[in-house]
Design a protein around this ligand. Sequence first.
Ligand code: FE2
Ligand code: FE2
Length: 256
Amino acid sequence: MLETQVKRNLYAIYESQIESARLRFEQNSGLEKIFSPDIDSTVLELYLIYFNAHGVAMTDAVEDWINRAGDRCLQLGYTELGQLLRTHAQQEAGHHLMMIEDTHSLVASWNTRYTQQLNAEWFLSLPIAESTHRYRQLHEDVIASNTPFAQVAIEYEIEMLSVRYGSQLIQQSQKVLGSKITEGLTFMEEHVSVDIGHTQLNAKLLKNFLQEYPENVNVLVEIGGKALDAYAGFLNHCLRSAQEHARTLAGITQVS
Ligand SMILES: [Fe+2]
Ligand SMILES: [Fe+2]
C-alpha cells in the first residue's frame, strides 16, 4: 500500500525537486527585463529577431533528437515511452523553418520603418552561441546514455516554457511594438497554442514512466534542470546581442 502511494507521488516529487531549476530559469533568462514596462522598443524588436535567428540551431534537430531518444528507449526495453516519443517527434518536424521565415519577416518589417537597414541572412549566419552548443550536446549525451528516457524531461521543461512565458512575450511585443508585430511571430504564436497539448502529453508520459521506474526520478530532475539552464543561457544571449546591437544603432532614424 505504502509502496503504491510512493509510486503515485513520484510525479509530485519530480515537480517539487525541479522547482529550484525553474526558479533559476526565471532569474537567469533575462525575461524579467524583456517584460519590464521600461523595455526599450528597439532592444525588444532586435531581441525578437535574434530569438528567431539563433533559435534555428535550438530547434532544427528536435525531431531527430526525439526520434533517436525514442529508438534508444525501444532498444533498452522502455517500449511504451519509446513508441510515444517517436510519435511526438513527428509533431516537431520542420518547426525551425518557421523561425527562419519569422527572421525574414521581422527584418523586412524593420526595414520599412528605419533608415538603418538590417539583413536577415546576416542574423541567420551568426555563429552558434555557447549555450546552444551546451543545449545540443545535452541531447546527444542523453541519447547516447543508458537513460535516454530523460529526453521526456527536456521536452516537458522546454515545451512548458511556451505555455508559461509565450503569451506574455507576445502581449509585451504587441504592447511595445504594435499589433502588426505578430505577423513575424508565427513560431511563437503556434507554440503558445500547440505546446499546451504537448505539455499535457509530456506530463502524462513522465507520470507513467515514473510509476513504472521510480528509481529514475533523480536523473529526470537533473536533465530537466540542465535543459532549463542552457535555455536560460540562450535567451540571455539573445538579450545581450539585442542590447549590444541597439547601442551600435544609436541615433536610429525612422523612414519619413
Ligand atoms: Fe515545436
Ligand atoms: Fe512542441
